[in-house]
Design a protein around this ligand. Structure first.
Ligand code: HEC
Length: 129
C-alpha cells in the first residue's frame, strides 16, 4: 500500500487529472491568438481593398459598392466567394466583358481577395417594397 509503487501511482493519477485542464487552458489561449490573427488580417484585407476600390472601381460601382453608373452592378454585401470568382473569371477570360476583362487582367490573387473582402464587408439592409 505504502511502497514506492503507490507513490508513483499517486503521482501519475495527479498528472493525468490536471493535464487535460492545463492543455485546455493552453489550447483556449492558442485559439484566441489564432482568431485574433485571422481577424486582423481580414481587417487589413478590407482596408487594402477599400483603398484599391476607391481608385479603381468606385467610378462605376460607387464609393460604397452601390453602383453609380447605369449598367454596372451593385457589389455591396455580395458574397466574397462570388466576387473573387467573377474577378478571376474576367481575368482568365472565362467571363467576358469589354470593361471588366480589361480591369481584372492585372489584378493579383491578393488584390482580388482584398477587393472581395471590402465589398462583402459592406452591410446592406434589404427591404421588400
Ligand atoms: C468603367 C466602369 C467599371 C469599373 C471602373 C469597374 N467595373 Fe466592375 N463592372 C462594370 C460593369 C458594366 C459590369 C457588368 C459586366 C458584365 O455584364 O459582365 C461589372 C461587373 C463587375 C463584377 C461582376 C458582378 C456580378 O454581379 O457578377 C465584379 C465582381 C466587378 N465588376 C468588380 C469590379 C472591381 C473590383 C473593380 C475595380 C478593380 C471594377 N469592377 C471596376 C463596370 C466597371
Amino acid at each position: 500500500m505504502h511502497g514506492p509503487g503507490a507513490r508513483v501511482r499517486h503521482l501519475i493519477s495527479g498528472v493525468s487529472h490536471e493535464a487535460p485542464l492545463f492543455y485546455e487552458k493552453k489550447m483556449k489561449k492558442f485559439m484566441f491568438v489564432l482568431a485574433f490573427i485571422a481577424f486582423n488580417s481580414f481587417a487589413d484585407d478590407v482596408a487594402d481593398g477599400r483603398a484599391k476600390a476607391d481608385t479603381a472601381c468606385a467610378l462605376c460601382h460607387g464609393p460604397n459598392g452601390v453602383a453609380s453608373m447605369p449598367g454596372a452592378p451593385n457589389l455591396a454585401g455580395q458574397q466574397a466567394i462570388y466576387l473573387s470568382e467573377q474577378l478571376k473569371n474576367y481575368r482568365s477570360g472565362k467571363r467576358q466583358h469589354e470593361v471588366m476583362s480589361y480591369i481584372a487582367k492585372p489584378l493579383t490573387d491578393a488584390e482580388i481577395a482584398q477587393l472581395a473582402a471590402w465589398y462583402s464587408a459592406i452591410k446592406v439592409n434589404v427591404e421588400a417594397p
